[in-house]
Design a protein around this ligand. Sequence first.
Ligand SMILES: Nc1ncnc2c1ncn2[C@@H]1O[C@H](COP(=O)(O)OP(=O)(O)OP(=O)(O)O)[C@@H](O)[C@H]1O
Ligand SMILES: [Mg+2]
Length: 311
Amino acid sequence: MSALSFQSVSKIYPARSAGASAFQALKQVSLEVQEGEFFGLLGPNGAGKTTLISILAGLSRASEGRVQVHGHDVQTDYAAARRLLGVVPQELVFDPFFTVRESLRIQSGYFGVKGNDDWIDELLDSLGLTDKANANMRQLSGGMKRRVLVAQALVHKPRVIVLDEPTAGVDVELRQTLWQFIAKLNKQGHTVLLTTHYLEEAEALCGRIAMLKRGEVVALERTSDLLKSATSQVLRMKLDGELPAALAAMARVTGRIVQLPVHNALEIENHLATIRAAGLVAEDVEIRQPDLEDVFLEVMNRKQPATGVSA
Ligand SMILES: Nc1ncnc2c1ncn2[C@@H]1O[C@H](COP(=O)(O)OP(=O)(O)OP(=O)(O)O)[C@@H](O)[C@H]1O
Ligand SMILES: [Mg+2]
């Protein structure tokens, strides 16, 4: 039995007012996540990731299709399904009147868990919150609030951990400790479903990845196979000026660093010649293997959704 099963899930948000049109956020999404997997759900802003997670968490209803957690339907068997899930929401929602420790105890009570102070202490320690345990939620910085949301999701030691952008606004050090902690839980057998825009995190952590584009699954593969599927290598360099338009259309540009997909030696020569002809000087030129960000861009820029996508 799958840990998570999404079967032909569609979601249509109804029109809010007369004249407005309804919006289809998910189209026949089918995915199976096995127990113990570290699974990545990727896609650009608005692709439908949070919508899918909201349906999983019972916060929103699918217009069509079925979602199950370890065989429990999230609608007809809500309490059992919800208990198996620890969900870190993308939006920062918290009660400003409680301290961090009180929030965690209240959340434990919500799941009927008592006497778990040792686990709460371990969570506080692992998430760098020990010295804020007695601080009021409203006294915390944004990154610290997000850490509390992670702790809250884990208080009842859920079998399935769902993280919707858990590292948005979180500093480098905590990102590392957070991932070590989540990876440890995953090794112990907890299933993890992660959405993130930090593709290097997804590449490092996720065994399998699904990519969503405008509500549809357009890739669903092992991370290693996705990386192998890239059809190009990457020509990377530093440039002292603006890239000619013909190349700019296909480039990944971060400040002075320019990265271009290349398929063969002739293409490399042509790109460098175009750059030289534009009067630009390229430094630190290198060819590297594609990473998940390159594959992501390649998949998202395809004209047609991939065929043969299966659950
Ligand atoms: N309550 C709502 N009513 C109408 N449309 C909605 C609602 N919630 C989300 N949408 C729309 O559904 C689409 C998917 O939104 P969703 O939040 O699932 O995207 P996402 O993949 O999580 O994006 P992000 O990476 O920005 O978090 C978007 O176009 C969004 O505007
Ligand atoms: Mg989202």
